[in-house]
Write a protein of this length. Structure first.
Length: 163
């Protein structure tokens, strides 16, 4: 029988304490081994909270770690090196800008999230992430994300956005 434990952990910094340790103890697996494996698999997400599932086979005591990815907004915040996006009405009206991101950084985020984005190709996925930038008060290449989306639609970035 397989039992799944789900948790949010900070990338590369899981510990055998709560919430993982107490959940793993009764299953008879080595919590330190599980935590070491989680930390190895999440080290690229350092500073971000990452969804992790630990699937334990209760008969063999073998485990598997499944790592999700942080939300697009968290990846944007990490790329910008800021604490959080713009809030409320000021941001909706485009009055507050918290930072500027490059198209290359957006492509990097798309690569991290490609398995869960709804888009079928790179161009659409970049536009999806730009939509998140818009709602967070983030410009791209010094312009409004709406402007960049129009330029993408015109084919101005086709060389960078080939699948």
């Amino acid at each position: 029988m397989k039992i799944t434990i789900q948790s949010l952990v900070e990338g590369g910094k899981a510990t055998p304490g709560p919430p993982l340790g107490p959940a793993l103890g009764p299953l008879g697996v080595n919590a330190k081994q599980v935590v070491d494996e989680i930390n190895k698999k999440t080290k690229d997400f350092e500073g971000l909270r990452v969804p992790v599932s630990v699937v334990v086979d209760s008969t063999t005591k073998k485990f598997e770690i499944v790592v999700g990815t942080p939300p697009v907004s968290a990846l944007i915040v990490k790329e910008l090196g800021v604490e959080k996006g713009a809030k409320g009405e000021a941001n909706v009206q485009g009055k507050e800008t918290i930072g500027n991101i490059s198209l290359d950084q957006i492509i990097k985020i798309v690569q991290m999230k490609k398995d869960v984005l709804l888009s079928k190709n790179l161009k659409s996925a970049v536009k999806e992430v730009l939509g998140t930038c818009l709602s967070m008060g983030v410009t791209c290449e010094g312009k409004s994300p709406k402007e960049i989306i129009k330029e993408i639609n015109k084919g101005l970035y086709d060389d960078k956005l080939k699948d």
